[in-house]
Design a protein around this ligand. Structure first.
Ligand code: TXA
Ligand code: MG
Length: 313
């Protein structure tokens, strides 16, 4: 399906247009100080599923949530002392923190791909800040490029891969940094560098007084190659037309199951509900294993199946 992509210069009317689209469940390309992001309402699972659909991502890689204020960040993630020091020093700016998610977080489960941690940052660039303020909700945004293509530092780069796939690109020229934010995971006052970026190791070590480790095994975790994936604690069986005794059956389309990902066979709805359904099945005390109905391997179905296969492995 192709749509008409409008390229608009950044001004108040463009932000109002973008906010209206985002509240309607669309995704919109908007520059931050690092790269152009493909933004959607982080509290709306179907809107976030459309980000994956638009990018043609073959898997659900967790996304970064963008907020304007520290109090908004605290509703979403738990900040220990080290995380607070980093936020004080580098926010707003090109630093993403991976933190334990607050149990009361309003963010949809597809944003974190079911993980208990969440990536969060406070951008500095006015277009993205204005959009967050106009929407009044946190925005999930990966880089605004088709999967496997380089990140966009200009509106033309967004158009090169997403023209015809999204309704609006807001153009504010070239970005300040031209590469993605530094990502640091903070847990129990230990720091790990998940992705190098504009804020460097020395700056982070200087303000925290802590060593910034690469990853557990000493190698830098490349973006898109996240090793920790959410997997339910119960065995998972795929392509299940019927359930066996003791199985929680997750349905799709004509296969109703105990809970359906989408009775209409809608893959966007199914993607939005996938992680909630797995968590629900995992917690159901009457079942010791999980069965999932067949999901067609088309569009978002490929990403859903990729995740289910990993969870079943
Ligand atoms: O500069 C940026 O960070 C841009 C702008 C738009 O903000 N965004 C960006 O997003 O680069 P994306 O989706 O292309 O990269 C996000 C990275 C992914 O590689 C993912 O592995 C990592 O963040 N990530 C997200 N949540 C995570 C989590 N809970 N644990 C570990 N890594 C996570
Ligand atoms: Mg990217």
């Amino acid at each position: 399906m192709t749509v008409e992509t409008i390229l608009r210069p950044y001004d108040d009317d463009a932000i109002a247009d973008a906010a209206e689209r985002i509240l309607g469940g669309e995704c919109v390309a908007i520059p931050t100080e690092t790269v152009y992001g493909l933004a959607a309402d982080a509290t709306n699972g179907e809107a976030v599923a459309r980000i994956y659909e638009t990018k043609g991502r073959p898997s659900f890689n967790p996304l970064i949530v963008h907020v304007n204020d520290f109090w908004e960040a605290e509703e979403i993630a738990d900040f220990d002392r080290t995380a607070q020091i980093l936020a004080d020093e580098f926010w707003p700016g090109p630093l993403t923190l991976v933190l334990p998610q607050n149990p009361d977080s309003p963010v949809a489960s597809i944003v974190t791909a079911g993980l208990p941690t969440i990536a969060i940052r406070m951008p500095a660039f006015p277009p993205m800040r204005d959009l967050i303020a106009a929407v009044g909700r946190p925005l999930a945004a990966p880089s605004a490029n088709a999967s496997g293509r380089i990140s966009p530092s200009r509106a033309e780069h967004v158009m090169a891969t997403l023209n015809g796939k999204i309704g609006l690109v807001i153009d504010a020229g070239g970005t300040v940094h031209g590469l993605e934010s530094t990502i640091v995971a903070v847990a129990d006052d230990h720091l790990r560098l998940l992705r190098p970026g504009p804020i460097d190791r020395a700056q982070i070590e200087a303000v925290t007084g802590l060593e910034l480790r690469d990853t557990k095994d000493g190698t830098i975790e490349a973006p898109g190659q996240l090793k920790s994936h959410y997997a339910p604690a119960k065995p998972l069986r795929l392509d299940a037309i019927d359930a066996e005794d003791g199985e929680f059956h997750i349905g799709f389309g004509d296969i109703r199951g105990d809970a359906s990902l989408s009775a209409d066979g809608d893959l966007v709805e199914a993607a939005a509900l996938l992680f909630d359904a797995l968590h629900h099945a995992e917690q159901d005390e009457d079942c010791d294993s999980i069965a999932v109905a067949p999901i067609p391997e088309e569009g978002l179905g490929a990403a859903i199946n990729d995740r289910l296969r990993r969870a079943a492995a």
